[in-house]
Ligand binder design. Structure first.
Ligand code: USQ
Length: 416
């Protein structure tokens, strides 16, 4: 199948392009490297030393014996998107090319408006290009579990049947986003759903949980194939940040009471699920929703798991509660369905501790790069628009270990 990965230079995109190619698909990618700029804006860098796109493409060819066609440019540019579609004529599009951070979108009006323009314009351009050039193609659109918020009832996969004043209908489940970023995904979902209804396009909207992990098998022992790994307050997700903190001996920052529950999924499972969605397209006009996560945990449970895996290798991990810079529920009910992908053949890894051991091993080797941007680990972006470092809510207990720089080559050894 000819598959366009929008956002191919990102954390998920670079891994997915490899996995799809390994499965025999012909993959093209589009990107404008904005993720690299956003992370630099926050004074941070990827913990893994990622390569320039030219080197990435060379490594791709050498490892998979296939070219990755690469289109550099902004998905918010309508002409560019039309040209990509006319040239590559994708049968499937995996749209990962959006600004993915809740805290980044909450910095100020400029960041909120940029997030809306970037995310909504890109998706609209893809929808119009599908209509005008490839109406049979399938859009796999990355949404987020955060679209639903944390309601006090079970969460279905996109739709639920409701009886109201004696009449019954199947309707979209209410979306209650909690950041400007998550809100862009809600708007996207509405736009994609309408395009499927009006233009008979087909789409799978992926409500993905929080992703964690440093690698997938396709990366093998070639360090040029490694994907990025962010640990800053905006682009690092909770487990990834906890592992980065553990690797340099900094305390894990548990926001507020730590009872916040989310669905989590390892990177290797995320690419497996996206591939399943691509290889099992819906029929024309169908808009379907998959909730994509492996398991629900609260963040205190996660921190405890990272501590267990870290202590096993002598990291002496400390966990500390800090003020929550976000406005979110810290104790709540959370029970989302996730059956569709399992029915289509998703085989969950179900070994979080094993994955954490791999991550901690990788990140211990990269600890010099994390240490060099240590300040970026500590949150100061607040949901009320102010920018003040959070305070610890408990007594200090940790001592910082000295950092040891290990040559990165060692990371390339395949993990067992
Ligand atoms: N948290 C901490 N300590 C930290 C970082 C986060 O306790 O150092 C807490 C947060 O308060 C939150 C939870 O962990 O309650 C998850 O935070 P996160 O930053 O891992 O996840 P989130 O902001 O929700 O966003 C991430 C991705 C986003 C994706 C989303 C899926 O950045 O692109 O859409 O996960 S979901 O969370 O299901 O909406």
């Amino acid at each position: 199948m000819r598959i366009l990965v929008a956002g191919v230079d990102g954390y998920l995109g670079w891994a997915l392009a490899q996995h799809l190619t390994q499965r025999g698909h012909t993959v093209a990618g589009a990107d404008n490297y904005l993720r690299r700029d956003w992370v630099a804006e926050l004074g941070s860098q990827s913990a893994t030393p990622i390569r320039r796109m030219t080197e990435r493409i060379e490594a791709f060819r050498e490892n998979f014996g296939k070219n990755l066609q690469f289109f550099r440019g902004d998905l918010a540019d309508h002409d560019l998107v039309m040209n990509i579609f006319r040239h590559f004529r994708p049968e499937a599009i995996v749209h990962l090319g959006e600004m993915p951070s809740a805290p980044y979108s909450m910095i100020d009006a400029g960041h909120a408006i940029f997030t809306h323009k970037n995310n909504l314009f890109g998706t609209l351009n893809i929808l119009f290009a599908m209509r005008d050039v490839c109406p049979e193609s399938h859009l796999v659109k990355l949404g987020t579990m955060g679209e639903y918020g944390t309601p006090d009832v079970d969460i279905p996969e996109g739709f639920f049947t409701i009886e109201y004043r004696g009449r019954t209908d199947t309707l979209p489940f209410p979306r209650q986003a909690n950041s400007w970023y998550h809100q862009t995904k809600v708007h996207d979902s509405n736009n994609v759903m309408m395009a499927c209804r009006l233009w008979k396009l087909r789409s799978t909207d992926i409500m993905q949980g929080v992703v964690y992990g440093t690698r997938i098998d396709a990366m093998g022992d070639d360090e040029r194939l490694l994907t990025r790994f962010d640990f800053d307050q905006c682009f690092g997700t909770a487990i990834n940040r906890f592992c980065a903190q553990a690797a340099i001996g900094a305390p894990l920052t548990l926001y507020g009471q730590g009872g916040q529950k989310r669905g989590f999924i390892p990177l290797r499972d995320s690419v497996q699920c996206l591939t399943i969605a691509v290889e099992n397209p819906p029929k024309g006009g169908e808009y379907r929703v998959f909730n994509q996560f492996e398991h629900v945990y609260n963040v205190t449970e996660l921190a405890a798991k990272v501590k267990k895996a870290g202590d096993e290798i002598g990291l002496n991990v400390q966990i500390r509660n800090v003020e929550n810079p976000r406005q979110e529920q810290e104790q709540h009910y959370y029970n989302p369905d996730h059956k569709h992908l399992l029915k289509l053949g998703y085989r969950p890894t179900r070994d979080m501790l094993g994955e954490l051991r791999i991550m901690l091993k990788d990140l211990t080797i990269c600890r010099g790069r994390i240490e060099a941007r240590r300040e970026a680990l500590f949150p100061d972006i607040r949901w009320d628009g102010s920018r003040r470092p959070v305070e610890y809510l408990d007594e200090p207990v940790t001592e910082i270990e000295p950092t040891v720089q290990v040559p990165f080559r060692a990371l390339a050894r395949k993990q067992s």
